[in-house]
Design a protein around this ligand. Structure first.
Ligand code: NDP
Length: 338
């Protein structure tokens, strides 16, 4: 039996990665696309070989689909997610799940009550590099983890310099866009949850409307690990990376905060330096593979709804910290949800 997908949002990310990832599944089919404009829906459908183009959520949800992929601008995720859940469709939702963690929790609660599969498309935990780091830490290869550093300041490509840098009401800004990914990747690699964050943000010349296009965060995790992360839209030559430093070794990953299965991971310890090999499966294909398995009743999506609430609660705390000049506790308030 195939999983028939409806795309909510004629987006860049669906065109660049997710449509292919659905089609890479033996049982995956992209059945329809919804845009707020019928003309854009039809153009997008034609360009991407999708049979059906619609411009209303009802029309999409009433069609013969099993699951929806939500990749509209961030302010729309909540209403579209709740409607899809109500219609009994499985939901893979882009990050941030909503504009507030309270709204994200509402979706996760509704999905649980409706017994549908709900996932957050945090692609980075699907990267072989991050899985190799998580496994090395779990195997004790760096001893006791002490600190982590995330380098995730990029240059936002010109074709994406729209709502992200101009529309606060659409959930723009680098914190909702990239800090959420760093929150999720830190949680995944360290297998630990953040408890507190302190952040400085800046507008370095690209973002307007009061939005931030750069952020530096300092995190404290439950185990006592501290971390720093740098997110940005305006640095053309920074490169990306992820490091975890422990009592017996350090993991140094370069070029791994990206959408592609690239980069390198080195383990440095008293015995020297070793390059870790890792699986190079496409990140989005792996995300969809796990989602399809969950639809069959096997396991969970790679990143669950709860993971999406965690990352948004972290981003929210970062913004609050930046606004108040104080460290802020991170509490996704998931108690009672399990
Ligand atoms: P886009 O700007 O490409 O698309 C978002 C919406 O903008 C679309 O749904 C579309 O609305 C509208 N839009 C697109 N092109 C046009 C146009 N030419 N004219 C008018 N409106 C247009 O966003 P992204 O694909 O970059 O991001 C979408 C979501 O995915 C966000 O939530 C983002 O955070 C997330 N994302 C996640 C990534 C990941 O790796 N997990 C990577 C990139 C984004 P309509 O549908 O009504 O046509």
């Amino acid at each position: 039996m195939s999983v028939r997908w409806g795309l909510i949002g004629a987006s860049t990310i669906a065109r660049q990665f997710v449509i292919d990832a659905i089609r890479a599944q033996a049982d995956g089919e992209v059945a329809a696309v919804m845009s707020s404009s019928q003309e854009r829906a039809e153009t997008y459908a034609r360009e991407n070989g999708i049979a059906r183009a619609v411009s209303s959520l009802d029309a999409l949800l009433n069609s013969d689909i099993d699951a929806v992929y939500i990749s509209t601008t961030n302010e729309l995720h909540l209403e579209q997610g709740l409607a899809a859940i109500k219609a009994g469709k499985h939901v893979l939702c882009e990050k941030p799940l909503a504009l507030t963690s309270a709204d994200a929790r509402e979706m996760v609660v509704a999905a649980k009550a409706a017994r549908i599969v709900f996932g957050t498309n945090h692609h980075l935990r699907n990267a072989g590099a991050h899985r190799a780091m998580r496994e090395a830490i779990a195997a004790g290869r760096i001893g006791k983890p002490i600190a982590a550093r995330v380098f995730h300041s990029v240059y936002l490509p010109e074709n994406l310099q729209g709502w992200r840098i101009a529309r606060p009401e659409a959930g723009g800004g680098v914190v909702l866009d990239i800090t959420v990914h760093d929150a999720d990747t830190l949680r995944f690699v360290l297998d630990d949850d953040p408890v507190e964050i302190s952040a400085f943000t800046q507008a370095a010349g690209m973002a307007g409307g009061g939005l931030e296009d750069g952020a530096m965060c300092i995190w404290r995790f439950g185990s006592g690990v501290i971390a720093q992360s740098h997110e940005g839209f305006t640095t053309k030559f920074a490169g990306t990376g992820f490091e975890v430093h422990g009592s017996e070794g350090s993991l140094i990953a370069a070029n791994v905060m990206t959408q592609k299965p690239v980069g390198s991971v080195h383990l440095r310890s008293a015995s020297g330096e070793e390059e870790l090999s890792f699986d190079r499966e496409d990140l989005y294909t792996r995300s969809l593979r796990h989602f399809h398995a969950a639809v069959r009743g096997e396991g969970q999506p790679a990143a669950t709804g709860e993971d999406g609430v965690w990352s948004l609660a972290s981003a929210e705390a970062a913004l609050q910290s930046s606004n108040t000049g104080k460290a802020v506790a991170i509490d996704p308030q998931l108690g009672g949800l399990a």
